[in-house]
Design a protein around this ligand. Structure first.
Ligand SMILES: NC(=O)C1=CN([C@@H]2O[C@H](COP(=O)(O)OP(=O)(O)OC[C@H]3O[C@@H](n4cnc5c(N)ncnc54)[C@H](O)[C@@H]3O)[C@@H](O)[C@H]2O)C=CC1
Ligand SMILES: O=C(O)C(=O)COP(=O)(O)O
Length: 410
């Protein structure tokens, strides 16, 4: 289908080494202006690179703050090639008329597998034994080494990842308890703990799977660590801001915890050439991984396809299905009509102004789709109009008070 804004004029900026499958999706769809960076960019360079970008693709490291987004004057959409979207100021993006997409499930299994592997390794004391062997030592002993069977796994945040971890853990014979702020359907024999303290007091291994929100920031500090059983183990593959890392280092030094596996940190290096600094460095009973919970080839390839496809679909057809900050509209193709998009602040009266415009111009509306959220209204109008009429309608739509963006798609 011919779009009114040629695809070859649409600039796609891809950062943080997103999978090449994303590039292939864009290229197959006719998008040829693709700027690809293997790293996240320092803020000044980011502001410069986003200035003429229509589509931006990032992973967890790039912070698209309101200030950065203000520099992206041509921005149509953002794709987070990951699950977390905390790195984007979602409300600011919505207020600029920019939908943000992610891949809510594509790396779920990868994180769950890593967590299970870490639970096994930690319960067997493998990190310490491995470190000692590398130093030429040898401690063949069963002391402090346990099977996972029959141990209690406490899952905090029983969402997509938490439930997958629970299912895998039960298949190994673990007893699963969980805590969530929402009421959740238990899978298998998992049971909701009475509350967070109850979970901490019962679990042999605690694993965190909450998103980064104001409520989860430092939700796991000295109090929570003190509540954990002596010798128990902590796994965090959620976000580095969730755990007070100094309090964790302290609990490990005092041997209150038996070990930990940490994949995410309050401050993470921007790329693979930058140094990693953490109070946990040098602790043999701690597995440190460089935020690779979701970094498997399977997950990254799927994420590349999933997010790029959502971005292409929005750019070509206007569909916002599964956008995380935007009214969701799934649109059929109407190739014989012209499609106009109108994104506006969600204030009373905009839709009637839009419809007045069409009736005054005697333009027939073939189909109309409207969805709103607290901040934004999104209207898609398919009309019988020629190219000139569509261009003039776009200008008139843009003049309606409260308008954030208008586009003629085709
Ligand atoms: N290490 C890595 O590479 C990866 C990390 N992640 C992180 O894992 C997080 C979780 O992912 P999903 O399971 O897909 O998200 P999800 O949204 O399906 O599940 C999160 C769960 O946490 C619960 N929750 C929220 N606030 C809570 C609180 N204060 N206390 C207890 N429960 C709370 C929610 O109700 C929900 O059930 C992501 O937001 C992301 O930050 C995701 C993928 C890869
Ligand atoms: O999916 C997520 O939320 C992750 O944390 C994975 O992030 P990444 O794409 O590896 O930077």
């Amino acid at each position: 289908m011919k779009t009114s804004f040629p695809r070859q004029d649409i600039k796609v900026l891809l950062l943080e080494g997103v999978s090449r499958t994303a590039v292939e999706v864009f290229e197959r769809a006719g998008y040829s202006q693709i700027e690809y960076h293997a790293k996240s960019l320092p803020e000044d360079e980011l502001k410069a690179r986003v200035a003429d970008a229509h589509i931006i693709g990032i992973r967890s490291r790039t912070h698209l703050t309101a200030e950065v987004l203000e520099h992206a004057k041509r921005l149509i959409a953002v794709g987070c090639y990951c699950i977390g979207t905390n790195q984007v100021e979602l409300t600011a993006a919505a207020r600029l008329g920019v939908p943000v997409f992610n891949a809510p499930y594509s790396n779920t299994r990868s994180v769950a597998e890593l967590v299970i592997a870490e639970a096994i390794m930690l319960l067997r004391g493998i990190p310490q034994k491995n470190a000692l062997c590398h130093r030429g030592g040898w401690t063949k002993s069963a002391s402090g080494s346990f099977e996972v069977r029959d141990k209690v796994l406490g899952i905090i945040g029983y969402g997509h990842i938490g439930t997958q971890v629970g299912v895998l853990a039960e298949s190994l014979g673990m007893r699963v308890i969980f805590h969530d702020i929402e009421t959740k359907l238990s899978l298998g024999n998992a049971r909701a703990a009475g509350n967070l303290d109850d979970l901490l007091e019962r679990a042999d291994v605690v694993t965190l799977h909450v998103p980064e929100t104001p409520a989860t920031k430092l939700m796991f500090g000295k109090n929570e660590l003190d509540r954990m059983r002596k010798g128990s183990l902590l796994i965090n593959a959620s976000r580095g801001t969730v755990v007070d890392i100094d309090a964790l280092a302290d609990a490990l030094r005092k041997e209150h915890l038996g070990g930990a596996a940490i994949d995410v940190f309050p401050v993470e290096p921007k790329g693979n050439d930058d140094p990693f600094v953490s109070p946990l460095i040098g602790m043999d009973n701690v597995i440190l991984t460089p935020h690779i919970g979701g970094s498997t080839l399977e997950a990254q390839d799927n994420i590349g396809i999933e997010v790029a496809s959502k971005l292409v679909r929005y750019s070509d057809n206007g569909s916002t299905l599964s956008a995380v900050n935007f009214p969701e509209v799934a649109l059929p193709e109407h190739p014989r009509s012209r499609r106009l998009l109108h994104i506006h602040r969600n204030v009373p009266g905009v839709l009637s102004r839009i419809n007045e415009l069409f009736s005054a111009g005697n333009i027939n509306i073939d189909a109309q789709f409207l969805q709103t959220n607290a901040d934004v209204g999104y209207v898609v109008i398919d009309v019988s109009a020629d190219e000139q009429q569509a261009a003039s309608l776009k200008d008139k739509l843009a003049a309606i008070p409260g308008t954030l963006r208008t586009r003629v798609l085709y």
